[in-house]
Design a protein around this ligand. Structure first.
Ligand SMILES: Cc1cc2nc3c(=O)[nH]c(=O)nc-3n(C[C@H](O)[C@H](O)[C@H](O)COP(=O)(O)OP(=O)(O)OC[C@H]3O[C@@H](n4cnc5c(N)ncnc54)[C@H](O)[C@@H]3O)c2cc1C
Length: 498
């Protein structure tokens, strides 16, 4: 039953990192804005993680604006670490995820965003070639919410898919998406002993750095004093556990973040192969698997990981971390070449510099590729073939490879800020978002703190010397971005639910 219909100038679907930024920027730019979210909190998957990728691989800050404003505010509250520069992930900030959820609601309210929680978008209203609204279900019943501009930040492209807009999913060949993960947080870790374990080269705690003695030495000099550090290794310990029958997760490395909380580690190690994130049966079976995996991994930490004998389970993320789902096709589809070569588009509205980071959809580790600081054009945030529909975050218009770079939290927020701003400008001028003059949009974004390349400057040689940089990636056979090897193919047969 439809209880009523309402109209708002800008309707933002999904309150994850991208949606929050979109809604706040639309409202700050004067549009009556509503944000629709089916959880009882804002932040989506970002509300369980550290934030990576504010910088490029030469340590220049490529994302500012609303994303950086959130970090500043959290730092002022003592709820976020400083930015830690990193040769693989460019930079990381460890945040108190609960403080982030609170701040997200506060800033949304401050900007005048109307938020509807526990509101599930179940359909899209389309009139001719125009997306004009969404249908939602919530405790009050069914409701139609119309908007002059609709912004799909659902991560799954739900609005686009239900409105008949074009979308794609997964990699070329088999359509599989990146392996998802249910993140959990453990406490009770003895930090000095954990760090000593990382310093032991035989543990190879950080796969990427080990082959480069200079990088390894620099990391070892910093590891005691950095508030956080990233792990992606310990493969030998996992193999040992696997041989002893103690580890049956389709994952060959311990992936996670040693957070700024001394006794805490964020475990990003569970893994499901071959998931379709838009199939409810598939998702439900995956959850069952993931909860089993958490127990296996927790036991692994206690038995095998240095300083973790007394590890306790502190928190399980409130939602599965889906790295990739539907990608809405836009006026431009961002490609691997766009990010690897660091394209500067004339209609750039945000930036990124995080590496291509593909959690192999059918294997146990990642495919990775270095990128240069790149821009994201408004055309990749504008759904093609329809009017009135923008998108930001995971479901932007990009290939499987390109979204593996653009998907990190700050970069999603940069996109969100851009679409929120253009939506408000279009509404106030009573024209299509496609007709907003790009110069005006870029100037507005720059005035509101976004980085579009104007503030980048040259890399800081001293920083580069202190942190070190990974050598430019030299692609080898077998490391093709879409390549699957035989082991991967076998794994997906054996490890995933039917
Ligand atoms: C396991 C994992 C680890 C990661 N690690 C990091 C990391 O360490 N650092 C980093 O920076 N990035 C990391 N990322 C990437 C990053 O967290 C996400 O890509 C990013 O947060 C996506 O933001 P989003 O807003 O596009 O999507 P989401 O966070 O998925 O938000 C979508 C929102 O829309 C809502 N929604 C969806 N469908 C509907 C509907 N039909 N009706 C109403 N609401 C709906 C959801 O509830 C959700 O709140 C990781 C991702 C994963 C999955």
């Amino acid at each position: 039953m439809t209880v009523n219909s309402i109209h708002r100038q800008v309707v933002v679907a999904g309150g994850g990192a991208a949606g929050i930024a979109a809604a706040i920027s639309a409202a700050r730019n004067g549009a009556k804005t509503i944000l629709l979210e089916y959880n009882g909190f804002l932040g989506g998957i970002s509300a369980t993680l550290g934030w990576l990728g504010f910088h490029d691989n030469r340590y220049r800050q490529v994302v500012r604006g609303i994303a950086a404003e959130f970090v500043d505010r959290l730092q002022q509250q003592g709820e976020a670490s400083r930015y830690v520069l990193d040769p693989k992930c460019s930079s990381a900030v460890s945040i108190n995820t609960h403080a982030w959820k609170i701040l997200a609601v506060e800033l949304a309210e401050e900007a005048g965003v109307e938020v509807l929680f526990h509101t599930h978008i179940v359909d899209t209203i389309r009139e001719g070639d125009r997306i004009t609204g969404v249908v939602v279900e919530h405790k009050s019943g069914r409701q139609q919410i119309f908007g002059d501009v609709i912004i799909d930040c659902t991560g799954d492209g739900d609005v686009a898919a239900r409105g008949g807009a074009d979308w794609e999913r997964g990699r070329v060949g088999d359509g599989l998406v990146q392996a998802p993960t249910l993140v959990f947080r453990i406490g009770g870790i003895d930090r000095p002993r954990f760090v000593a374990g990382c310093k032991d080269p035989s543990n190879n705690y950080r796969e990427w750095l080990s082959p480069h003695p200079d990088l390894w030495r620099k990391m070892m000099q910093r590891i005691d004093s950095e508030p956080l550090f990233i792990t992606g290794g310990f493969a030998g310990l996992i193999e040992k556990a696997r041989s002893a029958g103690d580890f049956d997760v389709p994952q060959s490395r311990i992936v996670g973040i040693k957070t700024h909380v001394p006794d805490e580690f964020l475990v990003v190690t569970t893994r499901i192969l071959g998931l379709d994130p838009t199939d409810v049966r598939n998702m439900s079976q995956a959850y069952t698997r993931l909860y089993q995996q958490i127990q296996v991994i927790l036991r692994f930490f206690r038995k095998y990981m240095p300083g973790c004998e007394n590890a306790v389970l502190r928190e399980i993320a409130p939602m599965m971390g889906v790295r990739e789902s539907r990608r809405i096709l836009g006026d431009h589809i961002m490609t691997a070449a766009d990010v690897i070569e660091g394209r500067v588009f004339p209609d750039a509205v945000s930036m990124g510099g995080y590496h291509v980071d593909i959690h192999n959809p059918s294997g146990t580790w990642v495919h990775s590729r270095d990128v240069k600081a790149y821009t994201i054009p408004i055309r990749s945030l504008t759904a093609r073939g329809v009017e009135g529909l923008l998108m930001a975050g995971k479901c932007l218009s990009a290939t499987h490879e390109a979204v593996a770079s653009t998907r990190v939290i700050p970069i999603c927020m940069g996109q969100g800020q851009a679409v929120g701003t253009v939506a408000a400008m279009a509404v106030s001028a009573n024209r299509s978002t496609r007709d907003v003059a790009i110069r005006d949009l870029q100037n507005r974004l720059i005035d509101q703190g976004a980085e579009l390349g104007q503030g980048l400057g040259e890399p800081d040689a001293q920083l580069i010397e202190r942190i070190g940089v990974l050598p430019a990636h030299d692609p080898e056979p077998g490391d093709s971005l879409t390549g699957e090897d035989e082991r991967d193919a076998a794994l997906i047969q054996s490890a995933w639910v039917k």
